[in-house]
Ligand binder design. Structure first.
Ligand code: NAD
Length: 372
């Protein structure tokens, strides 16, 4: 029995299953229960879920004897009342940030499985919630920046004169940054981008944008395990700050996306650098919820400093609830179906993925990234 909860976190509009994935899971042999109202913010009604084969009900009814619980965010332990002892809960726990939730799960004996620790291996790509959501976040960041900007993005030649193209600079070229480059290009901006991982140089060029890289500090690759960035040396950080300072002063739009797993987001833009930008410029800080890449950015507020507007959402994908839910739900389905044991009629995880994403089991915190 798999229970899908309605999200309770502020501003969380997404849902972990859609009628499409309910149908597919039911076909495998699973039984689904969906909390009433779970899909409402993603434009999915209770009737849509019922038509797909789920039982729709109030929290107590859907949780009763559940072996599995799916949530976008981890439900609080009291909201799991009625689930089977040791039930498995798959959600985005964001465990470095919400460590006390992990401890609560251990104390209550539930098995927490965090989708954001999915290993970056080929067969897990379709289960990777960070990729599916970052892609949408990169797209949305550019649209919000364009909307906040008091000028147009493309060059326009009109009878009344010419409007020059906006200059957009993307800092951090992971999944979100690549989509931000593509979106800003589609809108007609002149785009440049930077990252600490040298492998991104070609990716930037292939999207038709200009790479801006620190050349003076040799031998730094910037890439750690799983393709993630590593923390950079002080020498590199200094060279990067100088490069960014001269480049940023000429930019109209800046999108920052830099994250380092398990650490606060690196600071990329200082107040002094903001002051060097043209009034009316816009910065979107995609890392604002992880401490921010931009000095002075505040989640869910438009902060104006030196005439520059700084924007950042605490949960950017939640601003595209229908598509974000559709992709997340497929990540959950791909995960459950990959491990579906047809004989036992249940999900049996393997060691590689199970160990990577399991946070708690048998009353203890078991994940080495949290214990290390
Ligand atoms: P991320 O969200 O962890 O970070 C965003 C980007 O910021 C990264 O490119 C990172 O290098 C960059 N960054 C960090 N510190 C920086 C700094 N000081 N200055 C400038 N940039 C900085 O990254 P991500 O989007 O998860 O992607 C990282 C890589 O992993 C990409 O190459 C991506 O394609 C790869 N990836 C692989 C898989 C898979 O194989 N299953 C899944 C997802 C991502």
């Amino acid at each position: 029995m798999i229970a899908v909860v309605a999200e309770r976190a502020d501003g969380e509009t997404r849902v972990a299953a859609t009628p499409e994935t309910v149908k597919k899971l039911t076909k495998l042999g699973a039984r689904l229960r969906v909390e009433s109202g779970a899909g409402v913010n993603a434009s999915i009604s209770d009737a849509d879920y019922a038509d797909a084969g789920a039982q729709v009900g109030e929290p107590a009814a859907i949780m009763k004897d559940a072996d599995w619980v799916l949530g976008v965010r981890a439900p609080a332990v009291p909201d799991l009342a009625g689930a089977k002892p040791g039930a498995k809960v798959a959600a985005i726990f964001d465990p470095f940030r919400y460590r006390s939730t992990v401890d609560d799960y251990a104390a209550a004996g539930f098995e927490a499985l965090t989708m954001d620790f999915m290993p970056r291996i080929t067969r897990a790509q379709s289960m990777d919630v960070l990729s599916s959501q970052s892609n949408l976040a990169g797209y949305k960041a550019v649209l919000v920046a364009a909307n906040t900007y008091g000028r147009a993005f493309p060059m326009m030649m009109t009878a009344a004169g010419t409007i020059t193209a906006a200059k957009a600079f993307i800092m951090g070229v992971g999944v979100a940054g690549l989509q931000a480059i593509a979106t800003a290009r589609r809108l007609g901006a002149q785009v440049s981008a930077t990252d600490v991982r040298s492998a991104t140089r070609e990716q930037i060029q292939s999207l038709g944008a200009k790479p801006i890289f620190v050349e003076s500090v040799a031998g730094i690759e910037g890439e750690g395990s799983g393709g993630y960035a590593t923390e950079m040396s002080d020498e590199y950080k200094k060279a990067q700050a100088e490069l960014v300072s001269s480049h940023i002063a000429k930019q109209d739009i800046v999108i920052t996306t830099a994250l380092i797993p398990g650490r606060p987001a690196p600071r990329l833009i200082s107040d002094e650098q903001i002051a060097s930008m043209r009034p009316g410029s816009v910065i979107f800080d995609l890392a604002v919820a992880q401490g921010g890449n931009v000095e002075g950015s505040v989640p869910d507020q438009v902060v104006e400093k030196h005439g520059v507007k700084i924007v950042g959402y605490s949960n950017t994908p939640a601003h595209l609830p229908a598509d974000a839910s559709a992709l997340l739900a497929r990540n959950f389905f791909n995960f459950l179906s990959a491990f579906w044991d047809a004989e036992k009629n249940e999900v049996v995880l393997d060691e590689e993925i199970g160990d990577a994403i399991r946070l708690t089991q048998g009353g203890k915190v078991v994940n080495e990234r949290l214990l290390g």
